[in-house]
Design a protein around this ligand. Structure first.
Ligand SMILES: Nc1ncnc2c1ncn2[C@@H]1O[C@H](COP(=O)(O)OP(=O)(O)OP(=O)(O)O)[C@@H](O)[C@H]1O
Ligand SMILES: [Mg+2]
Length: 220
């Protein structure tokens, strides 16, 4: 996939090449930075594709900055070019929560994440794609990335879906229930007054999910 690196930028290595974006580690004026470029999709109508890439780029950059202002650790945004679909930001290391499974620190990191997500929600930010890969870990510090599907919203439903998405990542792990409880403990501490309603909604979504699963199994 073709993308032009910004002026003054030397490629160190490509960190990730996905369907939507390429993420490069570069040197930029003596600094190690990450360049995330949303690439053009040939199957989409050109005008629509440009619009989607531009709006997701702007949205991601603005959410990254707002989250940081709210006290949640995210990469520093150094430069945004919506036309090129590109964000230049600080490098947050190579370790993700996904790689930390099995580590003795995993449980406490999950609880810290609950606190960060609660903080996000308390200021009306929904991440939109909370996965183990979208949380980077450096020493004992978490950095939340990948806000391209996020939004500014105070809707309980959206906040509950955010948490539910993350919980779906945990269901495969043997101690998933304990981890969910730890997450919620952190969440409650920072999410403010809507925490109880989000948890109630979460239980509803959970039981609906289990009901659908049961029905599907029953119908074979
Ligand atoms: N600031 C950063 N520091 C270190 N690594 C990063 C950083 N940003 C992205 N990465 C790496 O690149 C990978 C992909 O980035 P990201 O999750 O933002 O893109 P994506 O999943 O393709 O996003 P989208 O869903 O918006 O297309 C991450 O999982 C992570 O390994
Ligand atoms: Mg991602």
């Amino acid at each position: 996939m073709l993308r032009l690196l910004p002026q003054g930028c030397t490629l160190i290595k490509t960190l990730y090449q996905g369907a939507e974006a390429i993420v490069d580690l570069c040197e930029w004026f003596g600094k190690e930075v990450v360049v995330k470029t949303r690439v053009a999709k040939s199957y989409r109508v050109r005008e629509l594709d440009d619009l989607i890439r531009r709006s997701r780029t702007i949205r991601e950059a603005s959410l990254l900055s707002s989250a940081k202002k709210a006290g949640v650790n995210t990469p520093f945004v150094y430069h945004v070019n919506p036309v090129e679909g590109r964000i230049i930001m600080s490098y947050a290391g190579s370790q993700s929560l996904r790689n930390m499974q099995g580590s003795s620190m995993f449980a406490s990191l999950i609880s810290m994440l609950g606190d960060s997500v609660g903080r996000l929600h308390s200021v009306g930010i929904v991440h939109g794609d909370l996965t183990l890969s979208n949380v980077l870990v450096s020493e004992d510090r978490l950095t939340l990335i990948d806000f391209g599907l996020g939004e500014f919203s105070n809707e309980v439903e959206k906040k509950a879906e955010d948490v539910y998405t993350f919980f779906s990542n945990l269901t495969m792990l043997h101690d998933s229930e304990t981890l969910m409880k730890l997450f919620l403990k952190g969440y409650r501490a920072s999410a403010g007054e809507s925490a109880a309603r989000v948890e109630e909604r979460l239980r509803e979504i959970g039981s609906r999910g289990r009901y659908v699963e049961k029905e599907l199994r029953r119908r074979g």
